[in-house]
Design a binder for this molecule. Structure first.
Ligand SMILES: Nc1nc2c(ncn2[C@@H]2O[C@H](COP(=O)(O)O[C@H]3[C@@H](O)[C@H](n4cnc5c(=O)[nH]c(N)nc54)O[C@@H]3COP(=O)(O)O)[C@@H](O)[C@H]2O)c(=O)[nH]1
Length: 928
């Protein structure tokens, strides 16, 4: 029995499409789907390209800003030179070429990348320069670069050259930065020129972290590479000078656009890149940043192949369905005569099957789209998570089963307050979408930044059905931004704000003071003996010391104040809001400056070395006045030099007299260089007597007979000579003269027993050839080494160790004696008294002066005498001016004296070597 009812003949199937129609329809759907995918991929390609372009534009902008800031610093220093030049013009004859050259050297050394600077007259004559070669002129008219600077009509005031081969740099490629010098009428006075190597930009690029496939380059006007760096690890300096002339670069250079991007093969390494070029503001150069196209299209290709695979799967399934359909259709044809009900049932089944297959295929595509490189999660209307993708798990560390059903708030880091989330929800509900930066917490507790996009999905009735959130981890981008900021505005060694950030803050402070009338103080700090430490103990230790100094300075000032490092051992402290009353602001600044000096004076324990440094501070105060930032820094700089001249470890406020003093000092320095050659030095002698009044020796004291100023005190010119490395030739002259005198005295019985004490500066002693030089002088003068005494000061023993001791012992073995000068004024360590081969302690005159009135000085002198006795050293007191002083010293065990009581320092002809019997007799008589 058949289970089916009577079979009805199936009417001709007017309502159902034929297999060919279905095939055509499937083909059209497939094609439409393909177009949809094509459109989507095209859009995504555009987004990727846009993203890569934005990144390369940002890199080019950052490097351009950086290079510009370097050129601004250079221009700033050139203007400083111009001001110097203006000063010489305002006071003709106030400063000669040599003094000017000395100031140029100081200027050049203040900017690390400057190699040489020069002042050139309009005719090309070198007025002053830091060049050590004998170059006297530059043929300005033979170099097109100088033409616009020298023009009389609409001249260019400042210019930077392209690469050129510098003769004075041994034919190496160099760059020039030039500033036109004009008088107030705008007439050409000359040029200030600074030469520097393109490697400054290569060094900058080396410091950047490059992403995979990226390149950075800087080209000059002739499209030659100044510096280039590609991610492949080629050093930034390797392609310098190479020409990179491409049609795109030429068109961009001649056009008016500031930025432009294009895609092409690299003329340097052949890599296909998207390039973004950017013109500089301060030089006719171009910065080019490139991104490898294969790198940034990586994701795009992955997504393309995934969608294509989905589409192919759908096509295959459609084909299978079609085949099935054709069979059914044939079967239907055969069963046309069967009952309609049976036919209807079969058709219903067929439709249901088709629908479920199509639904399955669609779900598969949706699932594939969900698995993108972005983290995604979907939550329901109550904001409970219903689905997450694999990237979500990668970013947050949470697997799907750990988060399903939970409110996403468990991801919060706690960094955003309630107001942040309130605003987020208000915007989301009003606009159905929100995006922004959010700090969230990973499963491992790490807090990280992410870019979050939330979209609202509504049902047909308009009610919220789901929230779809996409998130990307932007930790690396943030780190890169931070690194760029750190490099651009902070000193790499100490982490302090650099010159650029300091100038920004000074400009802001200037505006603030104009508004609120409060005073701001700028303090220029220079370490007094840093160069010596750096040269003798090495740069590594010097760097560590600078880091410690930076920390100490920071500890003294308030959080809102600024401590910056300009380079080398130069620091600047800026104190804000010192009030509107100068009478209060100045003392306040002075108190802080004294605290800064004190903080530097405490010993530094650097890599197991105990170092002693001091600083000199120059202070400039300003409020809403007409001064510029550069004026303020210059004023503080001048005041700092004043503090140095005042004996270091001191502070000075800026005043206009300083400017004159600086010029004066430069002139003295220049004269000092000529003094030896002009035979202006004289050696004076001051007698040293024993307790019987017998003159046992003399101290040789240097005098400078200046042709205009008369006698200049050694206290004034010895520090200057030490600073300018003139102390060695001067010291050698003193030793030579003293030894000749010893040899002369040896010929007479009245003077043969006299010794001469010669002052030796630590700088002189530290010269590697010092011992050989003395032995040579002794040999050719024929002086008896046993009559030569070298007076050294405690500062020689600071951080010197075994070298000093070895040299002292070498000289001691020849019979030369050592006296420790100014004893008690330094840190008077017993350790070196025991270790070093000393013969005599010299009590400083500052203690002797007040020994009768000041109990502290009295105690110090007693202690020094006792110390000398216990160490079996001789002791001599200097500055003995009265008989009372001499008597006190005699009674307390000091048996040798030097001072005005016996003789002032006099030329050798006026020296009295007979016994000073009168004063000693009365002392000995009254002694207990
Ligand atoms: N490296 C070198 N330093 C030198 C040399 N010659 C001198 N100097 C140092 O210069 C400083 C100043 O020296 P000067 O002005 O010569 O003063 C010396 C004496 O004139 C002075 N003195 C001596 N007796 C008295 C006195 O009774 N009263 C008084 N008020 N002053 C007196 O003291 C100075 C001696 O100094 P010292 O060397 O510490 O014994 C000075 O530091 C010199 O060292 C040189 O050739 N090389």
């Amino acid at each position: 029995m058949s289970a089916v009812g009577p079979v009805q003949s199936i009417p001709a199937m007017k309502w159902r499409i034929s297999p060919s129609q279905a095939g055509f329809t499937g083909f059209v759907i497939g094609l439409l789907l393909l177009c949809l995918l094509g459109w989507e991929m095209h859009k995504h390609h555009g987004q990727e390209q846009h993203g890569a372009q934005s990144r390369s534009v940002a890199s080019a902008d950052m490097v351009a800003q950086w290079v510009d800031s370097t050129l601004i610093a250079s221009a700033h220093s050139l203007r400083g030179i111009k001001e110097l030049y203006d000063l010489t013009q305002a006071q003709p004859g106030s400063i000669d070429a040599e003094a000017l050259a000395t100031l140029l050297v100081r200027r050049r050394d203040s900017l690390e990348f400057w190699e040489e600077v020069a002042l050139v007259s309009p005719s090309g004559r070198i007025v002053a320069s830091t060049l050590s070669s004998s170059l006297t002129r530059i043929e300005l008219d033979q170099h097109a670069f100088f033409t616009p600077l020298l023009s009389h009509t609409a001249p260019v005031l400042e210019a930077v050259s392209g690469l050129y081969s510098s003769e004075t740099a041994g034919g190496e490629l160099r760059l020039l930065h030039a500033l036109r010098l004009e008088n107030p009428e705008g007439e050409l006075q000359g040029l200030a020129l600074a030469r520097f190597a393109p490697s400054v930009f290569a060094d900058m690029l080396e410091r950047l972290t490059l992403n995979e496939g990226t390149s950075l380059g800087l080209v000059d006007t002739t499209l030659r590479v100044l510096a280039r760096r590609a991610e492949a690890g080629i050093a930034a300096s390797m392609s310098v000078g190479k020409e990179v002339r491409t049609p795109q670069l030429l068109a961009f250079q001649s056009g008016s656009d500031i930025r432009r991007s294009w895609i092409r093969e690299s003329p340097v390494d052949g890599v296909h890149r998207l390039y973004s070029a950017r013109k500089l503001e301060n030089a006719p150069w171009v910065v080019i940043a490139g991104t490898d196209t294969t790198f940034y299209l990586n994701d795009w290709w992955r997504r393309f192949w995934a969608l294509m695979a989905g589409w192919l799967a759908l096509v295959v399934m459609g084909a299978v369905a079609m085949r099935h359909y054709r069979h059914l259709y044939a079967a239907e044809q055969e069963l046309r005569q069967h009952r309609n009900r049976l036919a209807m049932e079969m058709e219903t089944q067929l439709q249901a099957q088709q629908a479920s297959e199509l639904e399955a295929a669609q779900l598969k595509i949706a699932a594939m789209a969900f698995e993108t490189h972005l983290g995604m999660f979907i939550s329901d209307a109550e904001n409970r998570i219903v689905q997450v993708n694999a990237t979500f798990t990668t970013i947050t560390g949470y697997a799907a089963e750990e988060v399903l059903g939970y409110n996403p708030r468990f991801l919060s880091s706690g960094r955003h307050g309630a107001a942040f989330y309130r605003t987020l929800w208000q915007r989301l509900k009003a606009k159905d979408s929100w995006q922004g930066e959010v700090w969230n917490r990973r499963k491992n507790g790490e807090i990280y930044p992410q870019w979050l996009t939330i979209s609202v999905m509504r049902n047909d009735a308009g009610a919220i059905a789901n929230y779809v959130a996409t998130l990307s981890d932007i930790t690396q981008r943030k780190a890169a931004e931070k690194e760029i900021h750190q490099l651009a505005f902070y000193d790499a060694l100490t982490g302090l704000p650099n010159r650029r950030l300091l100038i920004d803050r000074l400009e802001a402070a200037l505006k603030d003071t104009q508004r609120d009338g409060h005073y701001t103080a700028v303090m220029f700090i220079d370490l007094d003996n840093f160069k010596t430490i750096n040269d003798s103990l090495g740069h590594y230790l010097g760097d560590a010391l600078l880091q410690d100094v930076a920390r100490r300075l920071e500890q003294v000032v308030r959080d809102g104040d600024t401590v910056a490092r300009l380079g080398g051992d130069e620091f600047v402290v800026m104190l804000h809001e010192l009030g509107g009353d100068l009478a209060l602001a100045a003392p306040h600044a002075e108190i802080i400056a004294n605290k800064l000096l004190m903080s530097l004076m405490a010993p530094f324990d650097v890599q197991e070395q105990v170092l002693q440094v001091t600083g000199s501070i120059g202070i400039a105060l300003f409020t809403g006045s007409e001064v510029s930032v550069s004026d303020i820094l210059q004023q503080a700089d001048l005041a700092m030099y004043q503090a140095k001249s005042a004996g270091r470890n001191a502070l000075r406020f800026f005043d206009t007299a300083m400017q004159t003093a600086v010029v004066e000092r430069a002139r003295l320095e220049s004269d000092l260089r000529q003094a030896l050659e002009n035979q202006e030095f004289r050696l004076y002698y001051q007698s040293q007597v024993n307790a019987q009044g017998v003159v046992v020796g003399v101290e040789a004291l240097l005098r400078w007979e200046h042709p205009v100023r008369g006698m200049v005190s050694p206290a004034e010119f010895i520090p200057l000579a030490e600073e300018n490395n003139l102390i060695s030739p001067i010291g050698a002259w003193v030793l030579e003269t003293a030894c000749r005198q010893l040899a002369l005295w040896a010929r007479s019985s009245a003077t043969e027993g006299l010794s001469i004490a010669v002052n030796v500066s630590p700088h002189q002693f530290r010269q590697a050839c010092f011992v050989d030089e003395i032995l040579d002088i002794l040999a050719h003068t024929g002086a008896n080494p046993r009559r030569l005494k070298l007076e050294v000061t405690e500062s020689l023993f600071m951080a010197e160790g075994d070298t000093v001791r070895a040299r002292m012992e070498a000289l001691r073995s020849e019979g030369i004696c050592f006296s420790l000068d100014d004893f008690g004024t330094g840190y008077s360590s017993l350790a070196y008294l025991k270790r070093l081969p000393l013969d005599q302690l010299k009590i400083d005159q500052s203690f002797v002066r007040d020994v009768l009135d000041d109990p502290i000085d009295e105690a110090i002198v007693r202690t020094v005498i006792a110390l000398a006795q216990s160490l079996e050293l001789e002791v001599i007191a200097e500055g003995v001016e009265t008989q009372a002083h001499c008597q006190w010293l005699y009674e307390h065990g000091c048996m040798a004296y030097q001072g005005y009581l016996f003789s002032r320092p006099v030329p050798v002809g006026a020296l009295v070597v007979e016994r000073q019997a009168a004063c000693m007799r009365s002392i000995a008589a009254s002694a207990p």
